[in-house]
Ligand binder design. Sequence first.
Ligand code: GLN
Length: 209
Amino acid sequence: MKIGIIGFQGDVEEHVDMFMNISTEKNRDVSLVKIRRKEDLKGVSGIVIPGGESTTIYKLTKEYEIYDEVKRMVLENDVPFMGTCAGLILSSSDTADERVTGMGILDVEINRNAYGRQAQSFIKDINIEGMGKFTAVFIRAPIIRDPGSCKVMAYDVGNPVMVRSGKRIGLTFHPELTHDLRIHEYFLNIVEGGGSVSNGSYEIKVGVS
Ligand code: GLN
């Protein structure tokens, strides 16, 4: 299966690495394409918008006509989608910020930078439904102020931090900054039309910058 990662800014390489590791370690047939032109989206069976700076990713995806095409593919063709942090903001139905319009592919309302500035970033264990303990890296994370019709898969002190709606998942944290492959595997299982992953915990790959 071919996974497209919106490739302008943010944790692009980190997502590529996660899927490559799954491909080699778990012997799964997955190829990656970084999306920088609308044509790059042709033939992808899953789309990821990484963490980064949502205002920048918004601007560039609009300018290169990727924004509307991703929205169309997910809404009309039900192409599976994963958004982490800034990617979640872009997929939301309301960002409470006129600089970033959400695609409305996940029915969640977001407050950007709700924990404070970069220095208020943190790493914390959370509990994900069906997966168990997961070490979550929050970097200038948004808060999901209303999960709407989405199923909440994990909370941090009462705030939803991972949601799912059909073939779409959204996270306020960064699994791509750990060695823990389970969420990426979970997404590949969605792309393949399947279900669960194994339990286990992993170490953190990089520091919070
Ligand atoms: N604060 C960023 C934004 O609003 C998101 C942070 C992230 O993706 N780590 O775009």
